[in-house]
Design a protein around this ligand. Sequence first.
Ligand SMILES: [Zn+2]
Length: 198
Amino acid sequence: MQSLAVLVAVILFLMDGLRACLPYVTRDAWDAHPPKLVEKFTGPIPYVIIHHSYQPAACYDEKECQKAMQIMQRMHQQDRGWNDIGYSFAVGGDGRIYQGRGFNVIGAHAPRYNDKSVGICLIGDWRFDLPSKKMINAVHSLIEYGVYNNIIASNYTLIGHRQTRPTDCPGDRLYKEIQDWPHYSPLQDVVDPNSIPT
Ligand SMILES: [Zn+2]
């Protein structure tokens, strides 16, 4: 019984370490503009949706990735008139997790799923190339962090953007890759984009 208690303590300690080690970049750190509006939804979140940015291209250091975040926010917030960058989070080639809208904030990345998903964008064009191991590990760490903290449902469903609407996203190569990830579902929920209000 005592050894079980020790084992639990060790596991909790390691999980705390995981949380502390999450390579996380706040909005302030990438110099985000404030959102025009923040609309929340309650969790735990049932879906994780994977994207690629296509453009901007992959970034490889902190400075380039901060710039990529700023470009995406400008595209979404100014050019498209959305409240903020569309994604919940983005992962850079530097292996860091950049906060977009964050958890439990309604996103603008997958119609009909924006109020029940975490949208994670792997910055770059992943039609032919695979993101680095570092990037993929960062995505898994973020999902594990969400599940551990009961922010993401433990029985969550993971899908690619193209499973919700006609799009190449997250790119053929990355889409093939995520089919081997835990909780991937072959769910197909694509509808005519003309019938989607936003
Ligand atoms: Zn997408």
